[in-house]
Design a protein around this ligand. Structure first.
Ligand SMILES: C[S@@+](CC[C@H](N)C(=O)[O-])C[C@H]1O[C@@H](n2cnc3c(N)ncnc32)[C@H](O)[C@@H]1O
Length: 408
């Protein structure tokens, strides 16, 4: 082990590999701003030692806990299982930390791998360099043991490692998800500027949709696009495990995977009793968007619980007598359409809500403070969330049950 000249070194902590009951460290990354929602979700799943990080939640437990998060989390973008935590102040100490791992227990020398590397420090200045050193350490280790080494496939590897360098410490993990978890069913998607499923789910959790659904309240999205809110909202209300839709997983290329334990998690998810789903409604001016939305619901076996209609916002009205929840992600102007149009649409949305959705509870994803102002309604909450690179506000807007004087 290379000694750091100044402050001395700590030894790498290599995590257990073969014993599924051994306690492990997991990290579930998520979009910035959603850490607390994710922590709440993982807590509800009964996971332990939860710790908020920047853009992630860490937890600890047996392998089954990691699998449970993988199967049930609607908000996490991946689930990583940590293999080692150790010093990495320069190229050699990074290499030595990675060599501590008994790689034959994790990687198949006849299959492919890739390393994602995040972070840098004075001794490791480029993520590409860090990734290469880790790859060297893994390949050298396997070649010494077997005479063979894994191939590199950056696009579709059998085993994806995730390296996170924080200061002079490396945390190296296996990505158990593979494809990111927002791809619920292998990526059957479409539509203009669709929300990621993980973000839509987090927004619905923040809005208290599971509780409203249990009370039988309806859900409306008047600009539903590809229907992400409705797909996530219906699946959440019925209690479907998002992981049941997927067929490929990162753990398939990991030698530490325990299929019997995974199958227990799959069986438990399959046997969860479906809950009654309240009525859901989707509208959009764009006929193609409605088709994409219908297709997505059909793919999830949820076509019967959502009613769709092609309709511009100007004719939107409450589709049922009982007030419910309205969620909407209007165009921001930055991504589709232009700013003035987007601002005018917010004004129209405010009018429509005030006059035709009496007593409803609206939640609006505003792409800028300007948009929020144009709504002309006072939000009870403005929750900061990131939609990709756009800093948004998730606005809670309770609508008064008192009628206003004249219709729009
Ligand atoms: C940002 S996209 C919504 C994306 C959606 N949340 C999803 O995940 O696919 C905004 C949607 O508003 C619709 N839209 C724009 N102007 C509209 C209007 N005047 N009336 C109804 N829908 C409109 C667009 O067709 C588009 O599908």
């Amino acid at each position: 082990m290379a000694k750091k000249p100044t402050s001395g070194s700590t030894s790498p902590v290599s995590r257990p590999a073969s014993d599924p009951a051994a306690r492990r460290v997991f990290v579930a990354p998520c979009a910035r701003g959603l850490e607390s929602v994710l922590l709440g979700e993982l807590d509800d799943l009964g996971l332990e030692a939860l710790q908020l990080l920047n853009g992630a939640v860490r937890f600890q437990g047996p392998l089954e806990h990691g699998y449970r998060a993988l199967m049930w989390s609607r908000v996490a973008s991946r689930v990583l299982v940590e293999l080692v935590q150790g010093p990495a102040w320069d190229s050699q100490s990074l290499y030595d930390t990675v060599r501590e791992i008994d790689w034959i227990q994790h990687a198949d020398p006849d299959r492919t791998m890739a390393v994602d590397f995040v972070g840098r420090n004075d001794g490791i200045r480029h993520s590409g360099f860090g990734a290469r050193r880790i790859k060297d350490a893994v390949c050298d280790s396997l070649r010494d043991r077997t005479g063979r080494r894994p191939g590199i496939d950056l696009k579709d590897p059998d085993l994806r490692l995730h390296a996170y360098l924080e200061g002079e410490e490396l945390r190296l993990s296996v990505d158990l998800a593979g494809e990111p978890l927002h791809l619920r069913s292998g990526g059957v998607q479409g539509g203009r500027a669709p929300l990621k499923e993980t973000l839509a789910a987090a927004l619905l959790l923040l809005a208290g949709w599971p509780q409203a659904a249990q009370e039988g309240r309806p859900l409306v999205d008047p600009m539903c696009g590809s229907g992400t809110f409705l797909r996530e909202g219906a699946a959440m209300a019925r209690g479907d495990a998002p992981g049941l839709m997927r067929t490929t997983w990162g753990f398939h290329g990991w030698r530490g995977h325990h299929e019997a334990i995974w199958q227990q998690v799959v069986e438990a998810a399959r046997s969860a009793a479906p809950q009654p789903v309240p009525p859901l409604f989707g509208f959009d001016a764009d006929r193609d968007a409605i088709e994409v939305a219908r297709h997505g619901l059909r793919a999830q076996g949820l076509q019967d619980v959502v009613s769709f209609a092609q309709a511009p916002l100007s004719v939107a009205e409450a589709p049922c007598d009982e007030p419910g929840m309205l969620v909407v992600n209007p165009p921001y102007g930055e991504r589709i359409g232009d700013r003035d149009e987007a601002d005018n649409l917010m004004g129209l949305l405010g009018d429509i809500l005030r006059r035709r959705f009496l007593g409803w509870h609206a939640w609006i994803l505003a792409g800028s403070p300007r948009m929020a102002k144009r709504l002309g309604l006072r939000p009870a909450q403005r929750i900061p969330v990131w939609n990709g690179r756009i800093e948004c506000r998730w606005l809670e807007v309770p609508i008064s049950a008192k009628p206003v004087a004249r219709d729009v």
